[in-house]
Design a protein around this ligand. Structure first.
Ligand code: EPZ
Length: 429
């Protein structure tokens, strides 16, 4: 299966953003910490969520969904605190089951997490946090085992800002007697969202969204209902789609404040960005101006938007520089852009991009989720036909990607063989 597209059309129109994948991936494990039913709404319909829910069902969590966006979760009858199935090894967020099960049952065994191959992704800070709460934590035969008969509050200073470690420690500490303090915590909107859900379930968490989070452990968590925040990165991807195709896109169902770092780079590149209560309109203006950007934890420019801004810079009028400061090998897609005529040199964690006036369609391979989406944007902004393979990566995190792009006028189709590609080419002309 691959995406097949003809570039050149400015993307124009309205697009509606789904719930945040990385928030939902923490919220669903948090929901199993109650013995009562928790109803979660605005969950994105993407494959990482399905994988996580399959893994949760296998340990006895009741997971029901009506419309693929509303999940009813009941963790009263969890039969084992060991999660080791073929699915869980493919996603990163499986590690949130460690914190959730440790908090609830004082013991958890979860297969080491997988996820996108964007560099070494250690979990030492998660384990350091669990140990600070009085648990033992070790890795045996590819399984992380945490045990905390006398789980209690503790003080954790994270050596680097880590979204995953912040969330995992918050989950376990929510049910650990006493006070926990997480210093140098991640401030991402999805960290706040997960804390908000836990508080709705009866937890006592203060400071989420700042770099010090304080948690007073409670006896138990109860049922509630909750709606996941909109996806900052999905929204940012469509905002850059407007820039790259010289389009005019109104991105709806978002929290504009979460988009500040992305909006300000688009403005610096010469785009018109207008903010509304729950929407942002981006008008792409050519020539795009080059800029320098460094990825940083929130509220800095997100690493998950790094490939998308690189595609825009590849078409800008001059030299731009990207410094990737979060993940060590997140430039694997650059070779694909080179096939399209882009001029990019990567040295270590820095990419120097000399913009070219036009890029040309090519056969591309997605190396990971966000880079995959960025290559599709590159194809839509290039002259002629492109294909992007390995689209399973993209389906992990973008709900209805093709349909939403078509809604903006993109000539794009998901094809399974050359015959379907030929038919599509014939239809589009
Ligand atoms: C989350 O990954 C997201 N994934 C990633 O999104 C996102 O890129 C990343 O945060 C940064 O925003 C999920 O939420 C499921 P980190 P995570 O822990 O939690 C180092 C996407 O495309 N580190 O904040 O794994 C680590 O190596 C994905 O949606 C340690 O050294 O990221 C990295 O350099 C890709 N030890 C930095 O910290 C640890 O114990 C930040 O990683 C933990 C992290």
């Amino acid at each position: 299966m691959q995406y097949y597209m003809k570039g050149g059309n400015p993307l124009v129109g309205d697009v509606y953003i789904s719930g945040a994948k990385n928030a939902a991936l923490g919220i669903l494990p948090a929901a199993i910490m109650a013995d009562e039913t928790v109803i979660i709404d605005n969950v994105p319909d993407v494959s990482d969520i399905h994988t996580l829910c399959d893994a949760m069902s296998e340990i006895g969590v009741l997971v029901a969904t009506g419309d693929n966006h509303t999940y009813t979760i009941n963790g009263a009858n969890i039969s084992k605190a060991r999660v080791d199935n073929e699915h869980i090894r493919h996603i990163r967020a499986g590690y949130y089951l460690l914190g959730a099960l440790l908090g609830k049952y004082h013991h958890a065994e979860v297969a080491l997490p997988g996820g996108c191959n964007i560099g070494s992704r250690p979990i030492d800070q998660h384990l350091k946090g669990f140990r600070a709460l009085g648990a033992t934590a070790e890795v045996q035969h590819g399984i992380v085992i945490v045990d905390g008969k006398n789980l209690h509050g503790g003080h954790v200073y994270l050596d680097m800002v880590s979204v995953g470690a912040t969330v995992n420690i918050m989950l376990a500490a929510a049910l650990a007697p006493g006070n926990t303090v997480i210093e140098n915590a991640a401030k991402e909107p999805h960290v706040v969202d997960i804390a908000n859900l836990l508080n709705r379930m009866g937890a006592n968490i203060r400071g989420a969204g700042t770099d010090i989070i304080k948690i007073r452990g409670v006896d138990h968590l109860h049922g509630t209902d909750y709606s996941v925040i909109p996806d900052q990165i999905e929204a940012g991807t469509y905002m850059f789609a407007a820039a790259i195709t010289q389009g005019d896109v109104m991105v709806h169902n978002i929290i504009p404040q979460h988009m500040d770092a992305i909006s300000s780079k688009l403005i610096e590149m010469g785009c018109e960005v207008s903010e509304f209560d729950e929407a942002i309109r981006v008008v792409g203006k050519f020539p795009l101006h080059p800029c320098n950007v460094k990825t940083l934890p929130y509220p800095g420019f997100p690493t998950d938007m790094q490939p998308q801004i690189c595609v825009a810079l590849a078409k800008a009028d001059g030299r731009g520089v990207i410094t990737e400061s979060i993940f060590e090998s997140r430039f694997k897609y650059v070779d694909e852009l080179t096939k399209m005529g882009a001029h990019i040199k990567v040295e270590g964690n820095v990419a120097v991009i000399d913009g070219v006036p036009r890029m040309t369609g090519a056969q591309l391979e997605a190396p990971d989720l966000r880079a995959g989406a960025a290559l599709v944007l590159a194809g839509l902004g290039a002259d002629g036909w492109s294909s992007v393979s390995n689209v399973d990566f993209i389906m992990r995190g973008y709900e209805n990607f093709i349909e939403k792009l078509k809604g903006l006028g993109a000539e794009i189709e998901c094809v399974s063989d050359e015959r379907e590609a030929r038919k599509f080419r014939f239809r589009v002309g």
